[in-house]
Design a protein around this ligand. Structure first.
Ligand code: SF4
Length: 454
């Protein structure tokens, strides 16, 4: 399990005495990299030095809104020169701070706009600081053409988060999300999509609970991750993986897995990725906008064999359930699925299948009797209350798909102990009607959030 602290200020005097010990503790806690963000112009220079001398430190340089009044051509040239260094991966922190107003607001805005222009021209991610200036920050960002960056130490509301996400930006949470009185922020943190979530310490500031009030340091990013895991109903390991992959992709640092995973863990379940093919082309499908689910790369270069899957599973009893799922429709590989389910059942494991319910249409026969005794539970995506809506949302590649899914749901109940119908909460879908379809078929109903996968 590894973490990336995407925002700290190890260049500050608070770390002069004991930086080696601070970095040692970070490594012990599982921190793989830190992004040091120059706290002021001198701090930017030290950030460049830190990145040169420590492989785990990358850097961001830029003019903070506090210092906007000192921005001039010489400083800009120096920043541009530093950005050429291999360890400098972002421009920041830049933005607006109307709480302290250390620089006049019109100057802050001008300097923010100028640095955004540089970031866009150079295709660099930015680290954004915004304090008591939500609207102005977002207005400037929306006009800038920028689509790559992070809202650091996010403290805004849902509307600001949505505007930032719409621009393609990431949202980073620091110690405040662990504070007891931060209910609003916790609510926002629950809803940020996995692929835009980052963590940071903002050290030496904002120590998370239980270190509140003490000097912060990168090792404590784990406490923020722990709180996010509990807020989002996943494991610490999941948050570590998700945020590490996000940070690596955004800042272009570290190694990324090149091959798609054929078996991947989320919480205490193991998911199997049999295929990337599907008989639907759902408009909301995660496959069309990312290769990653909960930090796992699921883009396969080829479909795995039975033996490869057995090796990847190991002992099925290590997991609560083994789930046939992945980036495609698992029932397309029906024979392999049956063989593997039998192998799992013989070893005492529990099997679930997540499907679009096209199995019988794909294979031209009722395949459900063949799953009796092999599958403990099945989740069938319904996603619409009628044929027209189904065709619009799921764009099926098989004939009479909606009717086929309804029949599949009713038939599944005869052979599989637990049947659940799932629906994604999309506009235009009559959720009550979907719930009634499940009730009338005598199966469970589960509503899924549009941006929640896995
Ligand atoms: S059925 Fe599932 S895998 Fe297939 S396109 Fe729809 S969301 Fe994607």
């Amino acid at each position: 399990m590894t973490f990336i602290d995407t925002h700290c200020h190890l260049d500050m005097k608070e770390f002069r005495e004991d930086l080696p010990e601070v970095l040692d503790r970070a490594v012990q806690a599982g921190v793989e990299y830190v992004l040091n963000v120059g706290s002021d112009f001198k701090g930017c220079e030290r950030t460049v030095d830190l990145a040169r001398n420590h492989t785990m430190i990358f850097g961001a340089v830029g003019i903070h809104p506090h210092d906007a009044k000192t921005y001039d051509r010489d400083k800009e040239e120096k920043i541009l020169e530093w950005l050429e260094e291999p360890g400098m991966v972002a421009l920041g922190e830049i933005g607006l701070d109307y709480h302290y107003d250390h620089s006049p607001r019109d100057v802050q805005r001008r300097v923010f706009e100028r640095q955004l222009q540089i970031a866009v021209e150079r295709d660099l991610p930015v680290v954004i600081h915004s304090r008591e200036a939500e609207d102005e920050t977002m207005r400037i960002l929306e006009q800038s053409g920028l689509h790559k960056g992070v809202m650091h130490c996010f403290s805004g509301g849902e509307e600001m988060a949505e505007r930032a996400l719409a621009l393609g930006l990431h949202i980073s949470f620091a110690g405040p999300v662990t504070f007891k009185n931060a209910q609003g922020l916790k609510e926002v943190a629950r809803k940020i999509p996995d692929e835009r979530l980052l963590i940071e310490t903002d050290a030496p500031y904002l120590s998370p609970v239980p270190y509140r009030g003490k000097r912060n340091e990168p090792a404590r990013v784990v406490e923020t991750a722990r709180v996010l895991a509990s807020l989002r109903g996943v494991g610490l390991e999941d948050i570590a993986r998700i945020t590490t992959v996000n940070a690596k992709r955004l800042f272009g640092i570290g190694e990324m897995p090149e091959e798609g995973e054929i078996a991947y863990k989320i919480r205490d379940n193991l998911y199997l990725n049999l295929t990337n093919r599907c008989s639907n082309v759902c408009g909301f499908c995660v496959r069309f906008h990312t290769d990653y689910v909960k930090g796992h790369n699921l883009r396969l270069s080829r479909e795995p064999s039975l033996e490869e899957l057995k090796t990847a599973i190991g002992n099925p009893l290590d997991y609560r359930e083994v789930v046939f799922c992945g980036y495609g429709e698992p029932l397309l590989r029906f024979e392999l699925l049956k063989d593997l389910a039998l192998w799992i059942k013989k070893r005492g494991g529990r099997v679930r299948v997540n499907t679009n319910g096209h199995g019988n249409l794909i294979h031209g026969r009722n395949i459900l009797p063949e799953l009796e005794g092999l599958v403990d539970s099945i989740s069938i995506s319904l996603n619409a209350h009628d044929d027209e809506t189904y065709r619009k949302i799921c764009r099926p590649r098989v004939k009479d798909a909606f009717k086929g899914v309804l029949e599949f749901i009713r038939e599944a109940k005869r052979y599989i102990p637990e049947v659940t119908v799932t629906v994604v909460d999309m506009e235009g879908v009559d959720l009550d009607a979907c719930r009634r379809i499940a009730e009338d078929s005598g199966v469970r109903f589960r509503l899924r959030r549009l941006d929640s996968v896995g």
